[in-house]
Ligand binder design. Structure first.
Ligand code: 5GP
Ligand code: ZN
Length: 114
């Protein structure tokens, strides 16, 4: 999508602090981090929200989590704990309309989330 900021990050048109990328996914540091580690993992494919993922996207959806897990392992954050968040629609806090998985780590997290 030509007007999507995360598509532009995935294509390199807009700069981001990229921590991992391959043919399917891109991971980059959040501009406004909510934890010492705050990485966004996105599919290169434009999907507006997680409710629009389809059966054909099953492997891609799994790839988001597995990519986050690898980053967490690389950063040595597994044992301390980390949180993966997917916000869908305004009511849950979604503000960018391209699917993204938040990887948060480096501090303790409360429950229930706000
Ligand atoms: P949401 O609120 O949709 O779940 O999360 C969107 C996230 O994208 C927010 O945490 C916000 O800080 C981040 N974000 C928005 N625009 C940019 C940007 O241009 N670059 C980066 N790296 N992060 C962004
Ligand atoms: Zn997009």
């Amino acid at each position: 999508m030509s007007d999507c900021i995360f598509c532009k990050i995935a294509s390199g048109e807009i700069n981001a602090s990229i921590v991992y990328q391959d043919d399917e996914v891109v991971a980059f540091n959040d501009l406004n981090p909510q934890a010492p580690t705050h990485v966004l993992v996105i599919p290169r494919k434009h999907v507006s929200r997680i409710s629009e993922l389809e059966e054909a996207d099953a492997a891609l959806a799994g790839r988001l989590i597995l990519t986050a897990n690898q980053i967490v392992r690389d950063l040595g954050l597994v044992e301390a704990g980390y949180r993966l968040v997917l916000n869908c629609n305004e009511g849950a806090g979604q503000s960018v309309w391209h699917v993204h998985l938040h990887l948060l780590g480096g501090r303790t997290f409360g429950w229930p989330p706000g």
